[in-house]
Design a protein around this ligand. Structure first.
Ligand code: NAP
Length: 249
């Protein structure tokens, strides 16, 4: 069985492709999304840290793990790396390419984390558009509490936000026409280097409108981990004999 750690479109597509090819595959989801768009066998919820994942790998016939979690899901990625190392389970990181090479990347201000992004955003005057995810939106409250902020999130933020902030609950893909309309009303865009086409139109819109962009770098993947950027490459990796040893004991 291939264990696919999902929560992304790539994870779902990989699981579907494996099933179509007749492989036994289990898609694992954290359980944060209210209505996951998935077909095929799914397990939901955390494993219980590294120990829990080690236990899962020892008690299930997992031939290989593909970590197709979001590029910013650093904890799950680290846990998968440690648990697979301990159980001798082949592990592949599938992460879609980031936007580093985006043709419009020239004027972006790159920062290492959300705290730095909040400080950077506060230095720009005017209204702020945050597209940094539900979990990290509250990190921006201390630096931007007095500012006009639109926070676009796929699911509502759980903790309270300043009353004058506008929360916009919407899920991509987003079209350039709509992004131009949204960004026309703000002065700086703060986002993270998620990559992918579904949410890239905001970058084009920001460039067209001459808006500054504060961009958070991706967390590092563990040193030595095998990484691919597409479902096709993951399928090729899984078809290599070295990726499919006997289940770990
Ligand atoms: P995270 O900080 O790396 O993970 C936190 C904990 O959630 C993990 O330690 C693990 O719990 C559990 N978990 C995460 N992904 C899991 C999976 N695929 N299957 C089972 N348990 C999982 O991750 P996150 O940033 O909270 O993201 C949670 C999920 O949302 C991920 O699946 C990710 O792909 C998806 N997502 C994240 C973002 C983002 O920007 N971070 C964006 C879109 C989608 P245990 O320690 O108990 O095993």
């Amino acid at each position: 069985m291939i264990l696919v750690l999902g929560g992304t479109g790539e994870g779902r597509l990989l699981a579907e492709a494996l099933l179509e090819r007749g492989h036994d595959c289990l898609l694992s989801l954290a359980g944060r999304t209210t209505a996951p768009l998935t077909a095929g066998p799914v397990r939901t919820g955390g494993f219980g840290g590294v120990e829990g994942l080690v236990d899962h790998l020892r008690t299930h016939p997992v031939e290989a793990v593909v970590d197709a979690t979001h590029p910013f899901a650093a904890t799950m990625t680290r846990h998968a790396f440690e648990a697979c190392a301990r159980t001798g389970t082949p592990l592949l990181r599938l992460a879609r390419p980031g936007w580093e090479d985006h043709r419009l990347a020239g004027d972006w201000e790159w920062v290492d984390d959300h705290q730095a992004a909040a400080r950077a955003a506060a230095r720009y005057p005017g209204r702020v558009l945050l597209t940094v995810g539900r979990q990290h939106t509250p990190d921006y409250v201390p630096a931007l509490a007095e500012r006009q902020v639109v926070a676009r999130v796929a699911e509502p933020v759980e903790s309270p936000l300043p009353g004058h902030w506008r929360q916009l609950v919407a899920r991509g893909p987003f079209r350039l026409h709509d992004e131009l309309e949204l960004l026309d009303d703000v002065d700086v865009l703060v986002t993270k280097n998620s990559g992918g086409g579904a949410t890239a139109a905001k970058l084009e819109a920001a460039a067209r409108l001459g808006l500054p962009v504060v961009m958070v770098h991706r967390p590092e993947v563990p040193a030595g981990e095998s990484v691919v950027g597409s479902v096709e490459e993951a399928l090729a990796w899984l078809s290599r004999p070295s990726a499919r040893p006997s289940p770990a004991t």
